[in-house]
Design a binder for this molecule. Sequence first.
Ligand code: SF4
Ligand code: SF4
Ligand code: FES
Length: 237
Amino acid sequence: MSVLRVRVWRGAEQGAYQAFEVPRQASQTVLDVVTYIQRALDPTLAYRFACRVGMCGSCAMTVNGIARWTCRTHVDKVAADGVLEIGPLANLPMVRDLVADMREFFDKWARAKGRFSGTRTRAEDFARVAPHSAARRDVDAAIECIGCGVCYSSCDVVAWNPDYLGPAALNRAWTLLRDERDGTRTARLHAVAGEAGCHACHTHMSCTERCPKHIAPTAGIAGLKRELARAALHGEL
Ligand code: SF4
Ligand code: SF4
Ligand code: FES
């Protein structure tokens, strides 16, 4: 049986990689490898996953230097030479082993006003968005975000400027700005402006290249910049 040589990050910021050997299997995912290590070789290994089918966004890690969702990443695709190096997501504090602390990632969603805020009362009918409306089509792909943090971990601007809201929070703000049922437009525009917001994006595209859901946060961020310019011209800000 062939064997994978796997190096896994252990500990927190002061940790080191530990080597393991894992039997290679057909259709094996990176998450399968981590699970094998935890179940068969070292039960103290900390990692995070839930759905195993690309829905929950909790299994993202750095695999051979690139942020990926591990439950849908096949070993054959990333370790043709039989070597894997697995660490926690970059640009986030480490908790332990393969677990990154996601608090600042989600705090930034809150800072970007990434929460839907409806304008109707309980007594009114449901607000509906016409599926073929232009605003709805604009965000068709963007609403599929699973909050995995791959884009955030891949963004150089986040690394340079820890205050930067980052691609996922800005993508979320963009989807809500295009939602005609939402009532937080002006406050959200203020929240996403400036050097901690969309104007800091250098359009490097790493977020768009790496997003496992094929979302283009770069396009949403460009949309936010356009919307801010329009709002400023109309005296809205
Ligand atoms: S396009 Fe903008 S948000 Fe995306 S990775 Fe590049 S700098 Fe970051
Ligand atoms: S935009 Fe893509 S990469 Fe970023 S959190 Fe959402 S699903 Fe993950
Ligand atoms: S375990 Fe849920 S997306 Fe990978």
